[in-house]
Design a protein around this ligand. Structure first.
Ligand code: ATP
Ligand code: MG
Length: 350
């Protein structure tokens, strides 16, 4: 299997894995996807991150040939999604948002039927199904009915099923929605393993910040059908200036310290909170910490505690849209960083 993936990878390198140009999808008067252009590199794990209704699924459905674009164009592994939709379908794996495995069949049968659907010979199907079921940790449950599986097991089974024809580009729509934390981590581990061991290109939609941040090489933040920012997690954070924060507790007179810190080029602001803590907003906080320590010392004060908080993707989203990613109750205490641990909520269950 890895040789096939390697060949596919070389081919993708020549063609580009996904290239979308000004894709638009309208439903009547409503524009769900509003001029999306993007390029996903071969072997990349690419994330589409955005709130409910952002247009992630609609975009994915167009790229996977399930929905015709209103205008614009896209190539997947070099094939045009409209004119060469059959070829696109041959080279992609699709794991949709809703669970679709057949509850009345065993895990093995679910995977095998897909292989048959793709015209794979029985021997090839058997070999691949065995390998894939082992990879997703379901070998021992392969002969049990899927009706007896947990949600996490079904999701892993569906990932195995989506790989039976050795696709070159895998699309996953909200792969961990509704899963418990342990199952989510198992899916994350699986995706990491797939990327590192097979070089598969993966496009993933999610509205979980932590999922996008921990898994994705690059992320497109989608809102209202548009890409509002695109980059690696670090690049996205760097787009928001002055958002890293250093909290400093010092002993001695802090007036001179504040004056010196304010004179530093990458420090945007220094304030004193009601408890006497100094709050420094700056770029590239990790690099600033030693400079801050030097300035405190040279001002004749002494640090009793120092804490660095990096901007989160949630903060990036807020800066770009003026809204939170999800409709959550306001955070208490004016917390600067996201308290969303990415746990599925009942409203996620679709
Ligand atoms: N077939 C359709 N007809 C009309 N409107 C649609 C259709 N499909 C999607 N929409 C609308 O397009 C918008 C984008 O929907 P989409 O499902 O792509 O969002 P999403 O980002 O995947 O959201 P979620 O996080 O809830 O899955 C929504 O407002 C949705 O109601
Ligand atoms: Mg969706």
């Amino acid at each position: 299997m890895s040789a096939e993936f390697a060949n596919g990878r070389a081919a993708d390198a020549a063609r580009g894995a996904i290239k979308a140009h000004d894709l638009v999808k309208r439903f009547g008067e409503f524009t769900a996807v509003d001029g999306v252009s993007l390029e996903v590199r071969p072997g990349e794990l690419f994330g589409l991150l955005g709130p409910n209704g952002a247009g992630k699924t609609t975009l994915t459905r167009m790229l996977t040939t399930l929905l015709a674009p209103t205008s614009g164009s896209a190539l997947v592994a070099g094939f045009d999604i409209v004119r060469e939709s059959a070829q696109v379908r041959e080279v992609i794996g699709v794991i949709p948002q809703a669970l679709t495995s057949d509850l009345d069949l065993t895990g093995w049968e679910n995977v095998d039927i897909y292989g048959e659907f793709y015209g794979l010979a029985r021997r090839v199907r058997r070999e691949r199904a065995r390998h894939l079921l082992q990879m997703v940790g379901l070998s021992e449950r392969a002969n049990d009915l899927v009706g007896t599986y947990s949600g996490g097991m079904r999701r892993r089974l569906e990932i195995a099923r989506g790989l039976i024809h050795s696709p070159r580009v895998l699309f996953l729509d909200e792969p961990t929605i509704g899963l418990d934390p342990q199952s989510r981590r198992a899916v994350w581990e699986l995706l990491r393993q797939l990327r590192s061991e097979t070089g598969l290109t993966i496009s993933l939609t999610t509205h979980y910040m932590d999922e996008a941040e921990t898994l994705c090489d690059r992320i497109a933040i989608v809102d209202g059908g548009k890409i509002i920012a695109l980059g690696t997690p670090s690049e996205l954070k760097a787009m928001v200036k002055g958002s890293d924060r250093i909290e400093l507790e010092i002993s001695g007179d802090d007036t001179l310290t504040i004056e010196r810190l304010r004179a530093q080029p990458d420090i945007h602001d220094v304030t004193r909170d009601s408890t006497g803590l100094l709050i420094i907003s700056c770029d590239d906080g990790a690099r600033m910490v030693p400079r801050v320590m030097d300035q405190v010392e040279s001002a004749g004060a002494r640090i009793t505690s120092i804490r660095l908080e990096r901007i989160s993707l949630e903060d990036v989203f807020i800066r770009f849209t003026g809204r939170r990613l999800r409709d959550e109750p306001a955070r208490k205490g004016g917390g600067f960083f996201s308290l969303n641990m990415g746990m599925p909520r009942p409203s996620d269950m679709k």
